[in-house]
Ligand binder design. Sequence first.
Ligand code: CA
Length: 224
Amino acid sequence: MSKILIIEDEVAIADLEKDYLELSDFKVDICNTGDEGLKTALAGDYDLIILDLMLPGMDGFEVCKKIREEKNIPILMVSAKKDDIDKIRGLGLGADDYMTKPFSPNELVARVKAHISRYDTLTSKSGNVITIGKLMIDKDAHKVTVDGKEISLTAKEYDLLLFLAENPNHTFSKEILFDRIWGMDAIGDVSTVTVHIQRVRDKINTENERYIETIWGVGYRFNI
Ligand code: CA
């Protein structure tokens, strides 16, 4: 049974969401503040988090960012204001979906189900093989395939792809990527990152899948 955490300060809304999700056989916990929600999310073994934006104390932006630093589980953010949703998108906080209140509980349940099943299918790690959609990275063999076809990557392209794929849904700045992949004593500058990202994209992107997303003004992230 999948476990959902609702972080929502409006008790009536949280209870309504909980009722509907329980009818669909989810196990649901509720936290009413951002601080408590963050603590519970990090400590628990949840399959998805429904996160309200406006919360007393730590707000949803901050909670989302902090959860993403440690976990890759789907986060569905909800807000009463359409403008907020645009802001969340722009910030590249790593939320997987956004809903504007009021929404129908049935739609919420449908989206929750879709995200959980997508996450389950897309992420499967067995031993040293990472499979995300059609992309497979075999760490032992140092081999990358897309849809069964082997892709030839340079050492740095491979390191960059592996780093992003092992930390999905997390936005990294060019500076951080340069530091992690090339190291402090590297020759070159952060524009190297842009060039390598483009090369990796050209090699792994397929018609239907765009693995690496550019978060303008922030950096790059690998979406699952
Ligand atoms: Ca609220």
